[in-house]
Design a protein around this ligand. Structure first.
Ligand code: NAD
Length: 293
């Protein structure tokens, strides 16, 4: 699908798990993309991902050589936020799930970006009304929630905050479609949006069953995949999205509400402290070391 009128340059802030794949999805759709991160190692890893990924897609016949070549030219990586965002029509923020970090970043972005630029957050849980007030352009702030892995997953949840203009929401929906995604619009903000609320209910029950010693995580995953037809069980999914993310989301929610039901489960805290955060660290609930699946 053709690019959206008025959106040529997209800046993706955060080149981690989500950011590098969102950036490449946008580059594949023909947008000029600048992807930035404060961590040089992550940035180098994101950059190194592009070429082999595109080559593999071409080799598999899923992508034309021309589109791959164009995507490669469309994407650039830099650790300089100002250079990345100063001419952006749209910024997609994909930094850590911590409100204070997002606040600091949106203050900077609001100063750096042109006045017309839309500032979208890929946050999994933080509604944009918690972020928009630190900017001078709340009407141009909204949630644009991709799923992991962002190059493959079609769904994007677009959430209209009370401050978000209809025009902003409309543009974001169109950008999603131009990237080959299927957006769903949430007319009102709600913590966790649609999918993560449903996933959380399953995940919390799975962690409860494990903490109670009722079954191992392998058996719980097996039960969920075989009986419910989910492509992966809740533990495998946590390994993919990051156990650190599960920990931070639980802590943020607990700090915000004071409700102990949101405290991360003992098994999650143990994994978090050990640094066993899932695929990104090579070990989580499962071991991704050499020779292991
Ligand atoms: N992991 C998932 O499955 C998933 C899915 C959907 C949405 N999200 C959301 O996407 C966001 C990013 O999650 P992730 O899993 O990619 O995290 P990640 O830890 O893999 O990546 C975050 C990146 O942000 C960078 N960063 C931190 N502060 C920065 C700043 N001020 N400027 C630039 N870069 C900065 C970090 O160096 C890191 O590389 C979070 O809000 C998360 O809730 C995650």
């Amino acid at each position: 699908m053709a690019k959206v009128v008025g959106i040529d340059r997209i800046c993706v802030v955060g080149a981690g798990n989500m950011g590098h794949q969102i950036a490449l999805s946008a580059a594949l759709a023909g947008y000029q993309v600048k992807c930035t991160d404060v961590n040089e190692e992550i940035l180098a890893k994101a950059k190194a991902f592009v070429e082999p990924y595109l080559q593999e897609r071409v080799a598999k016949g899923k992508l034309s050589a021309e589109t791959a070549e164009a995507a490669k030219k469309n994407i650039a990586f830099t650790d300089d936020l100002e250079a990345a965002a100063q001419d952006a029509d749209l910024v997609i923020e994909a930094v850590l799930e911590k409100l204070d970090i997002k606040h600091k970043l949106f203050v900077q972005l609001d100063k750096i970006c042109p006045p017309h630029a839309i500032l979208a957050t890929n946050s999994s849980y933080i509604v944009s009304s918690k972020i928009a007030p630190v900017t001078q352009r709340p009407d141009k702030v909204c949630n644009m929630h991709f799923f992991n892995p962002a190059l493959i997953m079609k769904l994007v949840e677009v959430v209209k905050g009370p401050h978000t203009s209809l025009e902003t929401v409309q543009t974001i929906m169109e950008v999603c479609e131009s990237m080959g995604k299927t957006p769903v619009l949430l007319q009102k903000e709600i913590y966790g949006f649609l999918v993560n609320r449903i996933v959380a209910a399953v995940k919390n029950e799975a962690l409860y069953l494990k903490d109670m010693g009722i079954a191992s995580h392998e058996e719980i995953d097996l039960a969920v995949t075989l009986a419910l037809g989910h492509p992966m069980g809740p533990f495998r999914l946590m390994d993919l999205t990051g156990i650190d993310l599960t920990y931070h989301v639980g802590m943020e929610r607990y700090m915000e509400t004071g409700d102990p039901q949101f405290k991360p489960s003992p098994a999650v805290v143990e994994k978090y402290i050990k640094g066993e955060w899932g695929r990104k660290t090579g070990i989580g609930w499962y071991d991704y070391g050499e020779g292991k699946k």
